[in-house]
Structure formats: structure tokens, C-alpha cells
Design a protein around this ligand. Structure first.
Ligand code: ATP
Ligand code: MG
Length: 416
């Protein structure tokens, strides 16, 4: 992609409201545009990152056995009245049709659609367990939409639901999903900062579990046990007598964090209101049990920026970077164009700064956008049939012969 043609531009202007790093840097880097509080357009650069996060999550959910579906965001009020959440849920967007005067909700989560849907297909013990998931735009009337894409009123979520014929099976599945989640965070480059966190379980289980990523932009307070590498949400720390539930350690480290995902045994909370039961092997009717597993796709993208930034801009982890390489031409457009085409033919995703602006501006834009590798093609390097290679996170630059650059880039990017 040529920067001269890219839809969306880097900008120095930024509103005073943009306090968090992701809010500021994603707007300044031309990744997103804010339509109103908590509502964003993903511009080409930002959409590429969002898609990469989404695809990593999708791959792992499919590997876990989930089948992908897409449920409607527009939902009838009746389903929400049936579970009591029409009245109870503060952040549910509700509205009335101008023509029919019927009431509707915009989906903040999808148990109310999925339970009656699943009931249509799977009601024999032979059908269990099974799981479906979706990656979809959710709507929530958040009291305060803040911290950029960490808390939106419209945001992208992955919601995965498993269905079981008994508790033992649900417990087993839940444990499996814990491992799946760990893998997702590792692949996204935030495994080290993300803690499996004990949180309140509501009325149905002793605990639920959240995945909390440590960042000053977070809204939650967690207490980390460095021995077990787990955390406890502040909301239950006194119930747990200020000690790690695994090892009893009381020497816990307090941090602010953002909840990027959670897993929950909701059992029959949402199957019961829809009378979703199954016929067991011995011919008896029994309640269907559910597990729910959420991940905030857009929030994850924001959390990655919160972790990977410096005073010059973003440092995208390779797996989610919008492009592999940021190529800069310094007064040598014809030759740089050849390098650009060559790299693309070799399978690299290249963002090519072919604009007629100063070198300083090109360099500072490259740092702001944060693509893992910067290549500079100038008269000087090209005279030696070379380009300059620099990693975003490092100060060191290397001069590499053009015929060897592909190999070098593969090594740096862990590509084959
Ligand atoms: P929070 O406590 O942050 O409001 P929640 O408990 O309401 O989160 P869930 O209903 O469990 O969140 O949603 C699943 C996941 O969706 C969360 O773990 C989070 O990553 C993401 N998420 C929730 N609300 C938002 C939001 N307003 N904007 C972006 N992502 C969100
Ligand atoms: Mg919430």
C-alpha cells in the first residue's frame, strides 16, 4: 500500500479528552476515527489490525471445536423480557419501532437469542456437548464511554457458548477453554501481561474468571500472586481473606488492569427461561447447562496499544501489525518502487511511504504507525545495492544488500 493513496491520515491534532495511549495514538496514527463518544470508524490501517486480532481469535475458537455463526444484533424485546434482563440490564439499548410500535433491543450479548435457537436443534443427550460462537458488533449504553476503544458503546466481541448435559462435562470444557484463552493471549503478544483472575461468580458459581491485562488505562483493580501467576479481582479480595486462592500467599501485588475476556459457568440461567431441556439416556427431561466465554476483540486491540507504545508511537507485535514492513523512499522513488514490488512478490505486506514530504516527517510517521520493520531506500544505500533495515523497538540500523534482504526480513518476522 502506498501512503500517498492511503485512506486516512496521520494527524497531530488530538482532543484533550484522549487521555489514554490507545485513544491518542490510534487517532494520531490514522487507525481509527471517532464519530462520537464510544463509537469509532476503523480506517484501513486500524481495520487490518482488528481483522488480525479477530482471525487469531477465530482460529483458536475453531480449534476448540466451536462452530461459527452470526446472530442478529436487532432483537425483539420479548426475548429479553423472558429472562428479566429487559428491566434489569442498565446498558441495554432499547427502542420502539416508529411503524409497528414494537419494542426492540440492540444486542449487548446473545444468550437471549441463542438459547431459543439452540433449543430448536439439540435436545437429545446425544447432541451434547457442543459449542457455537460469533464475532460481532455489540451495543451497550455505557454510562461513560472512555479510554478510546477500550470501552465503546459499539464494539467488536467474540462470544462463545458451550452446552452440556451435566456439570462434570461443563467443568471439563471450562478447563479446556482456560488453555485456549492462554494461547490466544500469547499469540496476541500480551500473554505476559494478562492474568487469569478470580472474580465474583454471581449466584450460579463460586467464581467466574476474568482475563485482566495490566495497564494504567484499566478500570479494574486486581491483586496478583506472582507465585501462581494468577490474580484476584478487588471485588472478591476480602471474601478470599486477601490471600491467593491457590497457594494462600498473602503477599499480593496491586495493579490496575483491563478485563479483556471472561469465562463463566452460567449453567441453566439462560436455558431455563426458555424451557430448554433435553432428554437423557434414561428418557428423563433435564436442564441444559451452559458455559459462556467472551473476548473483547476491539478492546484487545486497544490493550495491545496500551502495552506496546513509547513516546514516539505504537510498537505493534508482529502477529497483529497492519503491515510487516514500512518502506521509506528518500529521493529515490524509481528504485524504491522496485524494492516495494520485489518485497510484495515475495509475500511481504508493505506500507510504502512514497509521499513528497520531508525525511523527518516520514521517520516520525513510521514511528507513530509502529510497523515492526522500517526499510529505508536512499541514493546512498541504493548505490551499494542495499537498503537500511531497522526494527521499531531498537535503535540499531543495518545496511543489507537487496538480494539478501528477503532472508533477513524473514528471520526478523519469524516467517518462512
Ligand atoms: P466490563 O466490566 O469491562 O464492563 P463486562 O463484564 O461488561 O466488562 P462482558 O459482558 O463479559 O463484559 O463482555 C465480554 C468482553 O467484552 C469483556 O471481557 C470485554 O473484553 C469486552 N467488553 C465489554 N464491554 C465492552 C465495551 N463497552 N467496549 C469494548 N469491549 C467491551
Ligand atoms: Mg460492562
Amino acid at each position: 500500500m502506498k501512503l500517498s493513496k492511503l485512506f486516512g491520515k496521520t494527524t497531530k491534532e488530538i482532543s484533550d479528552e484522549a487521555e489514554s495511549a490507545n485513544h491518542r495514538l490510534l487517532i494520531q496514527g490514522g487507525f481509527v476515527d471517532q464519530l462520537m463518544a464510544g463509537v469509532y470508524t476503523y480506517l484501513p490501517l486500524g481495520y487490518r489490525v482488528l481483522k488480525k486480532v479477530e482471525n487469531i481469535v477465530r482460529e483458536e475458537m475453531v480449534l476448540a471445536g466451536g462452530q461459527e455463526i452470526l446472530m442478529p444484533a436487532l432483537q425483539p424485546a420479548e426475548n429479553w423480557k423472558q429472562t428479566g434482563r429487559w428491566e434489569m440490564m442498565d446498558d441495554l439499548f432499547r427502542f420502539t419501532s416508529y411503524y409497528t410500535k414494537k419494542e426492540f433491543a440492540l444486542g449487548p450479548t446473545h444468550e437471549e437469542v441463542l438459547s431459543p435457537l439452540a433449543k430448536k436443534f439439540n435436545s437429545s443427550y446425544k447432541d451434547f456437548p457442543y459449542a457455537v460462537f460469533q464475532i460481532q458488533t455489540k451495543f451497550r449504553d455505557e454510562k461513560r464511554a472512555k479510554s478510546g476503544i477500550l470501552r465503546g458503546r459499539e464494539f467488536l466481541m467474540k462470544d462463545y457458548y458451550s452446552f452440556h448435559s451435566d456439570e462434570e462435562d461443563l467443568d471439563k470444557y471450562y478447563e479446556k477453554m482456560e488453555k485456549v484463552y492462554d494461547k490466544v493471549f500469547d499469540r496476541l503478544g500480551i500473554g505476559k501481561e494478562t492474568y487469569y483472575t478470580y472474580a465474583s461468580g454471581g449466584t450460579f458459581a463460586k467464581y467466574s474468571h476474568e482475563y485482566q491485562t495490566v495497564t494504567s488505562a484499566g478500570e479494574d483493580m486486581i491483586y496478583i500472586c506472582d507465585k501462581c501467576k494468577i490474580a484476584i479481582n478487588k471485588e472478591i479480595i476480602t471474601d478470599l481473606k486477601n490471600a491467593c486462592p491457590k497457594c494462600g500467599n498473602k503477599d499480593l501485588r496491586e495493579e490496575t488492569a483491563i478485563e479483556v475476556g471472561n469465562i463463566f459457568k452460567i449453567k441453566d440461567k439462560f436455558t431455563k427461561p426458555f424451557d430448554y431441556r433435553f432428554i437423557s439416556k434414561d428418557g428423563k427431561e433435564k436442564p441444559v447447562l451452559m458455559g459462556c466465554y467472551g473476548l473483547g476483540i476491539s478492546r484487545l486491540m486497544g490493550a495491545i496499544v496500551e502495552i506496546y507504545n513509547d513516546d514516539r508511537g505504537i510498537l505493534w507485535p508482529k502477529e497483529v501489525a497492519p503491515y510487516d514492513i514500512h518502506l521509506i523512499s528518500l529521493n529515490s522513488d524509481e528504485e524504491a518502487e522496485k524494492v516495494y514490488k520485489g518485497l510484495q512478490e515475495e509475500g511481504f505486506d508493505v506500507l510504502y511511504d512514497d509521499r513528497d514530504i520531508s525525511a523527518g516527517e516520514k521517520f516520525s510517521n513510521a514511528d507513530l504507525i509502529g510497523i515492526p520493520i522500517r526499510l529505508v531506500a536512499s541514493k546512498k544505500t541504493l548505490a551499494e545495492k542495499s537498503v537500511e533495515v531497522k526494527e521499531r523497538g531498537k535503535e540499531k540500523t543495518d545496511i543489507v544488500k537487496i538480494d539478501r534482504v528477503s532472508k533477513e526480513l524473514c528471520d526478523l518476522l519469524d516467517k518462512k
